[in-house]
Design a protein. Structure first.
Length: 375
């Protein structure tokens, strides 16, 4: 591809930090882990941070720490990356989906209470594409029913709603650091909470179930090897120190797209919701409602033929066979999510995307739309 969908932004500072760890005797469970957890908790504003090897692992450990298991239900959205649902399934629980708001693409607060049953043990809202719209209302409903909130902030580092940062709304929250995220550790994630007991449980679970102060062979529960190495943490420390610079770069790219695609009635162009400071994760446009999923797929194919990498963020999770089959979900149950899913186009988006490439993407997309409508 001439223009890539995403690229990490790694400078010499990150490279030197990683090399510094490689020159040290502490490649894992060393001082960089503690430092990364400390600076991340300070940036978000929580008491505790527990670094893990992925956002998926973080969501799973949150479910375990909250005592969620077989026979339980967790309410979440069908319009998300699959890990939001599979982390619930990994704990043995059932993901219960509610449809999305067609504007924000987040879980529709008005539909949550109807999904609550005696088996409901938590609500797992996702801040889709970094957008926190509606999260305050979701939290009000969860609190009303005494349900803990597992806040999936994996796409929202640096976002805020009415001045309150992503990651501070939930009982527990999780960020992810895959290379397409605002900051990267290569692979990695972090769990945040203000409750020491939940944090300590996650510390044990990520490290083979070891007991605090029990030594290397002192295991007190079933655990997992979900540690994040000091190599990854050193990268994350420098990346986090650059978060304001990174957010500004991504905002500039988003503004270029918004300016160049404004006024095209065939597209729904993302905007920053009222009261939300959006930390741009991706730039996803939607085709107008008259377009079909087949047309969207042809458009994706034509963009790729022109060496522009694009994506369909996200397919509806509830219709994936390994979820639909066991839980009985069917086409038509969540029409807003299904409609959005078949019309999304993720455009190339990263810190170092030049304005000329944005112009090329926009020009090509309009040409492909012209061709699709003409044919």
């Amino acid at each position: 591809m001439d223009i890539h969908l995403s690229r990490p932004d790694v400078t010499e500072r990150e490279i030197e930090a990683v090399c510094g760890v490689l020159r040290s005797p502490h490649l894992s469970l060393g001082p960089k882990l503690a430092q990364f957890e400390r600076v991340f908790a300070e940036y978000i504003g929580t008491r505790r941070a527990v670094a893990v090897n992925s956002g998926t692992s973080g969501l799973f450990l949150c479910a375990l720490a909250l005592g969620i298991g077989p026979g339980d239900e967790v309410i979440t959205t069908p319009f998300t990356f699959v890990a939001s649902a599979t982390s619930i399934m990994m704990a043995g629980a059932r993901p219960v989906f509610v449809d999305i708001d067609p504007v924000s693409l987040n879980m529709d607060p008005a539909k949550i209470e109807a999904a609550i049953t005696k088996k409901t043990k938590a609500v797992l809202p996702v801040e889709i594409f970094g957008n926190l719209a509606g999260l305050d209302r979701i939290c009000e409903i969860a609190h009303k029913h005494n349900l803990p909130i597992i806040e999936d902030s994996c796409e929202a580092l640096g976002s805020a709603l009415d001045g309150k940062k992503a990651g501070t709304f939930g009982t527990m929250s999780v960020f992810g650091f895959y290379p397409n995220k605002q900051i990267t550790t290569g692979e990695g994630g972090v769990i945040l909470t203000n409750e020491d007991s939940l944090a300590e449980m996650c510390v044990s679970l990520r490290n083979q179930g070891r007991a605090k102060g029990g030594g290397w062979l002192g295991h007190e529960r079933l655990g997992y090897n979900y540690r994040l190495s000091d190599i990854n943490c050193a990268l994350g420390i420098v990346q986090l120190s650059r978060i304001d610079e990174i957010k500004a770069k991504r905002r500039q790219v988003a503004e270029w797209y918004r300016e160049m695609l404004a006024g095209d009635g065939r597209l729904i162009v993302p905007a920053e919701p009222k009261g939300c400071e959006l930390s741009w994760f991706v730039f996803v446009v939607r085709l107008a409602e008259e377009f079909t999923g087949r047309q969207r797929d042809r458009i994706l194919g034509q963009m790729r033929k022109r060496n522009i990498e694009v994506g369909n963020y996200f397919p509806p999770v509830h219709l994936m066979p390994f979820i639909a089959g066991p839980f009985g979900y069917k086409l038509g149950e969540f029409p807003a999510a299904e409609s959005a899913s078949q019309r999304t186009i993720a455009l190339p988006f990263h810190n170092r995307l030049p304005q000329d490439d944005v112009a090329t993407v926009c020009k090509t997309l309009k040409q492909v739309l012209d061709k699709e409508l003409k044919d």
